[in-house]
Design a protein around this ligand. Structure first.
Ligand code: GUN
Length: 280
């Protein structure tokens, strides 16, 4: 049976670090979260982000805009937040409704307040290893590995999924830690074979329980970024936890693995943005 990596406990540790730092400050870090439309999953995420802000002592604002918000209206709000000194971090929850162009909105966020690290300036900085913010989910995965004592250097690291939010930056962070990194995607010829070479396997594809025991090298570390519903409506990852847990050396559960880390790293990024803005 694998070591179960407890994302809830590690996330609590990170948030406590942020809370302690924030306690020493006279001007509190501020996060603005913007959500457009009624996507129920996004609403839960946004509520959890605002709650986490309260717990670490941040100022926070949630801007809930209707589904039919125009691009101009959204960009005007982003502009206003860009020049608001109370606000150090701006997060526009994705996905946006179809009529809004995500790229245009991300590009409008000041790179100094881009606590998601989605702006091309921040993506470029990550590429050359000279960054202010790391994207929250991949950074959370790296912290889970570190806290579990799993070395990356020299390991075969396989990332399944190549999204801009997770797969691509995850590959870059593993490479920075001197892993030998392979990125797999929907056109990969033999996914099972690629995954079976992984000492560290990170899966972020959004397909419920796709990865079974046959994909796993015995003793491998398996990090499941997926968040899906199974046939009974129960939350599950991209990894079939029950079948993989005996083959893996360490594994993250869903829920309670990577998910809680994303919010913890968002708190870290917001604190860093505030410190960079000169708040003390
Ligand atoms: N939607 C799903 N994950 C994320 C995230 O990390 N940031 C934002 N802005 N939207 C998301």
């Amino acid at each position: 049976m694998a070591v179960i990596i407890d994302g809830k406990a590690i996330s609590a540790k990170v948030r406590e670090e942020v809370r302690k730092e924030t306690e020493k400050m006279t001007v509190k870090p501020g996060l603005a979260v913007v959500i457009v439309g009624e996507d129920p999953a996004s609403k839960v995420y946004v509520r959890n982000k605002a709650k986490a802000c309260g717990e670490v002592g941040f100022y926070s604002e949630v801007h809930e805009l209707p589904e039919n918000t125009s691009s101009e209206e959204l960009l005007t709000l982003v502009d206003k937040l860009n020049s608001d000194d109370k606000i150090d971090g701006i997060l526009v929850q994705l996905p946006l409704p179809k009529h809004l162009d995500e790229k245009t909105v991300i590009n409008a966020i000041s790179p100094d307040k881009d606590v998601d690290a989605f702006h091309p300036v921040n993506v470029g900085k990550i590429m050359i290893g000279d960054y202010d913010f790391l994207p929250c989910t991949p950074a959370g995965v790296m912290r889970l590995l570190e806290e579990t004592g799993i070395q990356v250097a020299g390991k075969n690291c396989v990332v399944v999924g190549r999204s801009n939010i997770v797969g691509k930056p995850q590959a870059m962070l593993l490479l920075q830690k001197n892993g030998t990194v392979t990125v797999c995607h929907s056109k990969t010829k033999d996914l099972v074979e690629e995954c079976r070479r992984a000492d560290i396997l990170v899966v972020a594809i959004g397909k419920a329980k796709l990865i079974g025991a046959d994909y796993i090298k015995p003793g491998a570390t398996v990090i499941d970024v997926g968040m899906n519903r199974d046939e009974n409506g129960k939350l599950c990852g991209d990894v079939d936890f029950e079948s993989v847990k005996d083959a893996a050396g360490a594994i993250t559960p869903v829920p309670g693995g990577v998910g809680p880390m994303t919010i913890a790293m968002l708190m870290k990024n917001t604190l860093r943005a505030a410190q960079k803005a000169g708040k003390k």
